[in-house]
Design a protein around this ligand. Structure first.
Ligand code: ZN
Length: 365
């Protein structure tokens, strides 16, 4: 922080992909400024471009992330070696963003989404590629990777995460972990008891303290804590959202280790479908990142249906059967893919304003 005339002015950063200490400065600025960054899942250069366009329009820094499935799609779903395709797809995506992001004039965090134990070979491949990229450019390929071992025992989860954090810190990278299971539509969370002491639905503050104790000496990390949030959108009412869990975790940490308030860097998974008030409350407790996937998938796809319905002839034949005119200008994929990008961007405008990051980019202009 730079103190200027009694006011705290956040230090400016270079536009483009931010990593290492610059990433930590960006996270600190979010928490100090009471805002969070949208972390958008992408699957193609089209979705990447839509995100960069919206971030620039809003003068907001942004997190772009890819799941293993998204990386496989980016690399091409027919790539003969599936694991290698997912590694190289993620490398290709990252290189696209390293090349293009700076020109949009905002800071971009590059991140990989959920990897459970079965997906650790994907992370291993990315760390190998990250090492090569660092030798070539002096920068990490990704700002951070996420490892989600929340379905395992706490000791196993944190033990494995600690081993990975050591490797990542050596590459100037950060790690995101998950504590407590963020329910998804496949998890049938409604069948379990839903009290605040259920560690599957609600991360226990003592578990957060344990993670801090083991991971903090090794490098920078962030925590996705469960507070009744779910992945995807489905019928509400089963599980109560309790953002106060995040506050309790922060307070226990500060008390135990004599730390300033909101020392933990918290991540909100399963943000789709949450109310503005719930999001704002979570952000006020030190959430700097909110994952958004499902709502933006819909926002990308819906305009395509509208476009196809409005131009039906162009999706039945190449020549209009009524007028004899060629329909190339209507079915050109750029026409309807662009509608998808605009739809995704418009939804992202809304999300950025709810997260309060609009106009707050730290990038030097
Ligand atoms: Zn999660």
């Amino acid at each position: 922080m730079i103190y200027f005339g009694g006011q705290i002015v956040s230090e400016k950063l270079r536009a483009g992909v931010v990593t290492g200490k610059e990433y930590e400065k960006l996270v600190a600025a979010c928490k100090d400024g009471g805002y969070a960054l949208a972390a958008v899942n992408v699957t193609s250069s089209s979705t990447v471009n839509a995100v960069l366009e919206a971030a620039a329009r809003n003068n907001s820094d942004i997190i772009i992330q890819v799941s293993n499935g998204g990386a496989g799609f980016y690399g091409g779903p027919a790539y003969p070696d599936s694991l290698k395709g997912k590694v190289l797809g993620a490398v290709s995506l990252a290189r696209h963003i390293h090349l293009m992001a700076e020109g949009y004039g905002v800071c971009v965090v590059l991140h990989t989404d959920h990897a459970n134990r079965g997906l650790l070979p994907w992370i291993d491949g990315l760390l190998e590629e990250g090492q090569k990229f660092r030798e070539e450019t002096g920068k990490p390929l990704y700002t951070s990777h996420m490892i989600d071992l929340s379905e395992e025992d706490l000791e196993e989860n944190i033990g494995t995460c600690a081993a990975y954090l050591e490797k990542m810190a050596a590459l100037d990278m950060s790690l995101e972990i998950e504590l407590g299971v963020t329910g998804g539509e496949e998890d049938g969370v409604g069948s379990e008891h839903t009290g605040a002491d259920n560690p599957k639905l609600y991360t226990q503050p003592e578990d957060v303290v344990y993670a801090y104790e083991k991971l903090n000496p090794l490098g920078h990390f962030s925590v996705a804590a469960s507070f009744g949030n779910v992945h995807g959108v489905y019928k509400p009412g089963n599980v109560k959202l309790r953002p106060v869990i995040l506050k309790d975790s922060q307070e226990l940490m500060s008390e135990r280790y004599n730390l300033p308030e909101k020392s933990l860097d918290l991540v909100f998974h399963g943000g789709s479908g949450s109310s503005e008030a719930e999001i704002s409350e979570a952000v006020s407790y030190g959430v700097f990142k909110m994952n958004v996937d499902t709502d933006l998938q819909y926002a990308y796809s819906e305009p395509v249906a509208t476009y196809v319905n409005a131009n039906q002839n162009a999706f039945i034949a190449q020549i209009d059967p009524e007028t004899g005119q060629p329909l190339k200008s209507k079915y050109d994929p750029r026409k309807w893919v662009r509608q998808a990008e605009l739809g995704m961007g418009a939804k992202l405008d809304e999300i950025i304003s709810v997260l309060n990051s609009k106009g707050k980019s730290l990038a030097e202009k």
